[in-house]
Design a protein around this ligand. Structure first.
Ligand code: ATP
Ligand code: MG
Length: 400
């Protein structure tokens, strides 16, 4: 088992693209770290540099305090599973899985035993004599995993290994991966752009955007306390809803106007004293879809919306509606790397609310949604940095 440490790792390709920009990150012994981020953000390049398949332009890779930056891939004792898990088509499952051991001149009986044991674990025992073309996608995926596992490498690198599987198989393979990791505890770096996979598999998640590390933490930390707007929008499905609002009122009673309705923010400001700095100016508010519910009684501060779409997901409903943006001149809140959902016909930015299945909703019929502002997030409109919540201090015991 091993600790992997990346120090200021950078990759600039000859064309001038900086795919990885000053990445520093330590993956603990036996940890399952998920690297997540949008397409092209540099995830595969990071893995390839750890594996030694790509030279770093700057910075270093350490494994157990040994600097391996210039080591050949073979010397690093790392196993990598690629998205297109290239199995050898002319070899049987058994031969595919045993190939790395054969290359290492492992004792034949011992190699066979290892392959048998791993195949057993992966539910592949019945297929050992088959060739890849006679296997389903999920079985091939498991062979690719098994091929990497028999070696018991120091580090496991997985690049979107489930992306070719259908939704149901992904879920079962995800559970299987988690179980395997429980058992072997091999230090693992797992790449995906699927935030559900990231949330369910990772001990910790590292979010990357444009080659730069945005935040690293447990799934809970990233979801509860995103460091910036990018992370906030990336973690959670459907995504967080954003709008720029102006904070009004005064220090004693802070308010904001959303969709023509005034909301009191004093409680919110008490927990986020830094918000007071935005009094009289603009701040970005972020609301997760679950922060809304259908108003039970009239009179409470609520947003009146007209559903443009209602998606019933069995145990909950997603309601799409026009974002209640104060200022039509900022009708689009999206940025290149943080696109917003937009209505195809009107071009309007859309928000999503997640409500109970029981909610009586119809497209085009106005409905009032209450907003749980204790679940609101706030971001600086320029830097995108979160205005952090201050933990509620425990009451200080009076001095005796
Ligand atoms: N050999 C190369 N030469 C030049 N540019 C490259 C090369 N390989 C990757 N890139 C660029 O580096 C950036 C990061 O690529 P990378 O494959 O690491 O992204 P990724 O996060 O794995 O994306 P995806 O989720 O689509 O697999 C991209 O802009 C890509 O075009
Ligand atoms: Mg990739």
């Amino acid at each position: 088992m091993s600790v992997v440490r990346l120090e200021h790792l950078t990759k600039t390709f000859s064309g001038g693209t900086t795919a990885v920009d000053d990445l520093s990150l330590t993956i603990g012994d036996g940890e399952f770290l998920v690297l997540v981020g949008p397409s092209g953000c540099g995830k595969s390049t990071v893995l390839r540099m750890i594996a030694g398949l790509e030279d770093a332009s700057g910075g270093d890779v350490f494994i157990d305090d040994q600097r391996v930056t210039d080591w050949a891939p073979k010397a690093r004792d790392i196993a990598m599973v690629f998205q297109n898990y290239a199995l050898y088509p002319h070899m049987t499952v058994q031969q595919n899985m045993g190939f790395a051991l054969k290359l290492r001149h492992t004792d034949k009986a011992e190699a066979q035993e290892k392959v048998r044991e791993t195949a057993d674990l992966l539910g592949l025992s019945a297929y050992l004599e088959r060739k890849p073309k006679a296997l389903s996608g999920g079985q091939r995926q498991r062979v690719a995993m098994g091929r990497a596992m028999v070696r018991q490498p120091r580090v496991f690198l997985l690049d979107e290994p489930l992306s070719n599987l259908d939704a149901k198989l992904r879920v079962s393979m995800r559970a299987e991966l988690a179980r395997l990791h429980q058992r072997y505890r091999i230090t693992t770096v797992y790449v995906t752009h699927d935030q559900v996979e990231a949330m369910t598999l990772g001990d910790r998640i590292a979010v990357i955007d444009k080659g730069r590390l945005q935040q690293v933490g447990t799934p809970e930390e990233l979801y509860r306390a995103p460091a910036n707007r990018f992370v906030a929008g990336f973690m959670g499905s459907p995504s967080m809803n954003f709008a720029t609002v102006e904070l009004g009122g005064d220090a004693d009673r802070v308010t904001m106007t959303l969709g023509g309705q005034e909301f009191g923010l004093s409680d919110v400001v008490r927990r986020r004293p830094d918000l007071a700095r935005y009094l009289g100016s603009r701040v970005v508010i972020g609301l997760r879809p679950a922060a809304f519910s259908v108003a039970e009684s009239p009179g409470v501060a609520a947003l009146t919306i007209v559903p443009l779409g209602v998606e019933s997901l069995g145990d909950e409903k997603h309601v799409l509606f026009r974002a209640p943006l104060a200022d039509v001149s900022v009708a689009r809140e999206g940025t290149d790397d943080m696109p917003v959902t937009v209505d195809e016909t009107s071009g309007a930015q859309l928000w999503t609310a997640k409500v109970t299945q029981r909610a009586d909703l119809a497209i085009g019929r106005p409905v009032s949604l209450t907003v749980d502002l204790s679940e609101a997030y706030f971001f600086d409109p320029v830097s995108g940095e979160a205005v952090v919540e201050v933990p509620v201090a425990a009451p200080v015991a009076a001095a005796a």
